[in-house]
Design a protein around this ligand. Structure first.
Ligand SMILES: [Mg+2]
Length: 109
């Protein structure tokens, strides 16, 4: 069993990434969402809808309140993100594996 984290915007909001997350959940792995969004001030219904649909429990959704995401990711085996700079921040890349989701490819709808 592995602990996997997904960014939401431009990552888990995409169909093919949701498919990957769903496969991981069905395989018995722990899947989380780590977003720099605020949990209070923003309408996060899009995140809650996706989480509910693919089976990510509410307690596995973390809002960093615009803080650097890297420090929230220790202890995770993988993190998927479209942010190309994330892996260069702090010491995160030495400890963890960040997979970059390409910004250019689009979901097929
Ligand atoms: Mg993003």
């Amino acid at each position: 069993m592995i602990n996997v984290s997904f960014d939401f915007d431009s990552t888990l909001d995409r169909d093919e990434v949701q498919e990957l997350a769903q496969h991981l959940i069905e395989g018995g792995n722990n899947v989380w969402i780590t977003t720099t969004r605020s949990g209070h001030k923003t309408d996060n219904s899009d995140i809650l809808d996706v989480a509910h649909r693919i089976g990510i429990p509410m307690k596995h959704i973390r809002f960093t309140e615009h803080q650097n995401k890297a420090k929230f990711l220790f202890g995770f085996d993988f993190h998927f993100d479209d942010d190309p700079y994330l892996r260069n921040r702090n010491d995160y890349e030495r400890e963890q594996r960040v997979y970059r989701i390409s910004r250019s490819s689009k979901s097929k709808r």
